[in-house]
Write a protein that binds this ligand. Sequence first.
Ligand code: B12
Length: 208
Amino acid sequence: MPVDQELFDAVRQADRDRVAEAVRAAIDRGAPVSSLLMNSMVPAMREIGDRFAAGEVYIPEMLMAARAMQAGLDIIEPLLGTSDHEPIGRVAVGTVKGDMHDIGKNLVVMMLKGSGYEVTDLGVDCPVEKYEEAAAGGATVLCCSALLTSTMTYMEQVVGRFQKDPAIKVIVGGAPVTQRFAEEIGADGFAEHASEAARVVSACLAGE
Ligand code: B12
């Protein structure tokens, strides 16, 4: 599906009310919510990041765009639905220590909930101890998100902590994270997009 230009522009221009209106209008027209996310909202945030890197926008603009994006996510989340059945697995998702970016992490949480998993949101700036608590509480898959090249290296500590425990799987993701990096640090899984997180979690639980 092509980009919803109005929604793309509204996120890019950090206009919360317009984002909310554009999301509602697109849903009323029958647009699939995953497409609104992946084809319009995520690319708009990427463009903001590119402009930040080029020195054309500053942190306050990035923050406002993030808030506008969150306004759209708040409308979309209930529509992804949660199942009334027994959870198909228990997962914990957090942004690693030192990193405050939470939009991608929130998307992963939404997608996994929508796929029938019981998900604990560990928040941002998560040290290894938070993942340990989640594992002690019954989570068998731990998802780590990082958006900074300086924090993605922390994922290795989380992976290392659980490497000797075959019952716990660690999955990594986030803009700077690659399949190669995931393999290098010994992670059990990687996905480029939140929309693939459920498939990777399912593969891990199946021992693939
Ligand atoms: C919004 C934003 C902010 C906001 C964050 C608000 C929030 N609530 O999250 C604010 C303004 C606070 C911010 C702060 C900073 N930011 Co910032 N930020 C961004 C920006 C523009 C968008 C990030 C985003 O939300 N993208 C949209 C989401 C949906 O994408 P995503 O997180 O990548 O997630 C997708 C996938 O990666 C995947 N995914 C994510 N996590 C996971 C986890 C798993 C397990 C899986 C399977 C998948 C998965 O699923 C998602 C959907 O497909 C990016 C630019 C960019 N291109 O990423 C810069 C960026 C990440 N920031 C950057 C920087 C430098 C900073 C600061 C250091 C700036 C500063 N000087 O203070 C601080 C760091 C603060 C900290 N300690 O964390 C740099 C990082 C550069 C680098 N190489 O490390 C970027 C790349 C901008 C740039 N081009 O320079 N930032």
